[in-house]
Design a protein around this ligand. Structure first.
Ligand code: PEP
Ligand code: MN
Length: 356
C-alpha cells in the first residue's frame, strides 16, 4: 500500500503517518519523489483499513500496489533509483555508465594489485574480486577470506576504485562490511533469504545477481527481501541463465534489461563474463548490453588467465578490457550515457563508502 502525501505536506505530518503505521505493527518506508512524498506500507496488511490513515493530515490518497514486489516496483517509486556511495561521486543508475572490473578471485596481493592498476587506468570505477568463492566442487579454490579483503582494501587505497565483493554467507557479509563498498550476492544465493535479510540491514549497497533459473519476478522478490529490511540501495545483475544452448556457458538474457526497467526503478547491470563463459564473446555482449539500456557492466579481467584459480576462460586480458571500454565510448552517447575520462584519485584508508 502506498500513502501519497499532498505536495504541501510537512515533514512532521509524514513522521506522524510513519509512527501510526509502525504502531499497528506494519513497516513504513518513506519515499521521496520529484512531485510528492509517499510512504509505502509493508507487512501483512490485513486490518490496515481500520488504522485511520486516510483521514490523517497531509494525506492525498491511498493507493493499492498490485505487484507482489512493493518496494522494488515502479508503482511505489516511478523515478529511477540512483545508488550513491559515501565519500565518492561515483553512482550506479544515473547518467554515468558503471564499469566494475577485476579478477574472478583474489589470488594473491601481486595478482590483485596488478590487475587493479590496469583496469583503473582503462576507466573502471569499481574493482571486483572474490575473497569468498561459491564453487561447484568443495575441493576447488574457496577464496582467501579476510586476507583477500585486506588486499582489496589496498587496491582501493592505491587506485581509488570502489570495492565490490561477494558474500557467500552472513559471516562473510559481516567481514565484507569492514573492508568493501558494495556487497555482491551471487547467483547461487539469490534466494538465500536469511542472507538477503541481513544484506537488507547493511549500510552498504547490494549487487544482487539473478539466479541460474530465476524468473524476473523471483529476482524482484529477492530485491524486495533486501529492501523490506530498510536497504534501498539494490542494483540488479543479469549474469546468464541455464538454457538448452551448449555453445556458451550460460545464455545472457538481454531481454530482461528493458523488462526490468519497465517494472522496477532499480538499476540493472550486465555480466557478459559469466553470461558467456568465453572471453572473446565478452566485448560483443558488453556492447549489446549498453545498447539495450544496461546501467553498467561487471566483467572479469586477468593478466594470466591460463593460470587463474577460477574462471580463466572467460577472463579478458587487460588489453581486451581497454579495447572494450574504448568501443563502449562509441555506443554510450547514442543511449545517452556518459563514461568519465577523469583519472581517479587514490583513497586513503578508512574511507570506505557506506551509502549516503
Ligand atoms: C562471480 O561473480 O565470480 C560469480 C561467482 O558470479 P555468479 O554468482 O553470477 O556465478
Ligand atoms: Mn567468476
Amino acid at each position: 500500500m502506498l500513502i501519497v502525501m499532498q505536495s504541501k505536506a510537512t515533514p512532521e505530518q509524514v513522521q506522524s503517518i510513519c509512527e501510526r503505521i509502525e504502531s499497528f505493527g506494519f513497516r513504513a518506508h518513506p519515499i521521496e519523489g520529484t512531485q510528492h512524498f509517499a510512504v509505502a506500507v509493508t507487512g501483512d496488511l490485513r486490518g490496515i483499513e481500520t488504522c485511520g490513515l486516510e483521514e490523517m493530515p497531509g494525506v492525498q490518497e491511498i493507493v493499492r500496489i498490485s505487484k507482489p514486489y512493493k518496494l522494488a516496483g515502479r508503482e511505489s517509486k516511478p523515478e529511477n533509483t540512483v545508488v550513491r556511495f559515501a565519500n565518492s561521486d561515483v553512482t550506479i543508475g544515473g547518467d554515468e555508465f558503471a564499469i566494475i572490473a577485476g579478477p574472478c578471485s583474489v589470488e594473491s596481493r601481486e595478482q590483485t594489485l596488478h590487475i587493479a592498476e590496469k583496469v583503473a587506468a582503462s576507466g573502471a570505477r569499481f574493482f571486483r574480486g572474490g575473497a569468498y568463492k561459491p564453487r561447484t566442487s568443495p575441493y576447488a579454490f574457496q577464496g582467501m577470506g579476510v586476507e583477500g579483503l585486506k588486499i582489496l582494501a589496498e587496491a582501493r587505497e592505491r587506485t581509488g576504485m570502489l570495492i565490490v565483493t561477494e558474500a557467500v554467507d552472513i559471516e562473510a557479509l559481516e567481514a565484507i562490511e569492514d573492508y568493501a563498498d558494495m556487497i555482491q550476492i551471487g547467483a547461487r544465493n539469490m534466494q538465500n533469504f536469511s542472507l538477503l535479510k541481513r544484506a537488507g540491514r547493511s549500510p552498504l549497497p547490494v549487487l544482487l545477481k539473478r539466479g541460474l533459473s530465476a524468473t524476473l519476478e523471483e529476482l524482484l522478490m529477492s530485491a524486495e527481501y533486501i529492501m523490506s529490511e530498510g536497504n534501498r540501495n539494490v542494483v540488479l545483475c543479469e549474469r546468464g541463465i541455464r538454457t538448452f544452448a551448449d555453445h556458451s556457458r550460460n545464455t545472457l538474457d538481454l531481454s530482461v534489461i528493458p523488462a526490468v526497467h519497465k517494472l522496477s526503478h532499480l538499476p540493472i547491470l550486465s555480466d557478459p563474463s559469466h553470461g558467456t563463459g568465453k572471453r572473446d564473446r565478452v566485448t560483443p555482449l558488453a556492447l549489446a548490453s549498453a545498447a539495450v539500456g544496461a546501467d553498467g557492466l561487471i566483467v572479469e579481467v586477468h593478466h594470466d588467465p591460463e593460470r587463474a584459480l577460477s574462471d580463466g576462460p572467460q577472463s579478458m586480458f587487460p588489453e581486451q578490457f581497454a579495447n572494450m571500454v574504448s568501443q563502449l565510448r562509441g555506443i554510450l552517447p547514442v543511449v545517452k550515457r556518459t563514461l568519465s575520462t577523469e583519472p581517479l584519485k587514490p583513497r586513503p584508508a578508512a574511507t570506505q563508502a557506506a551509502c549516503k
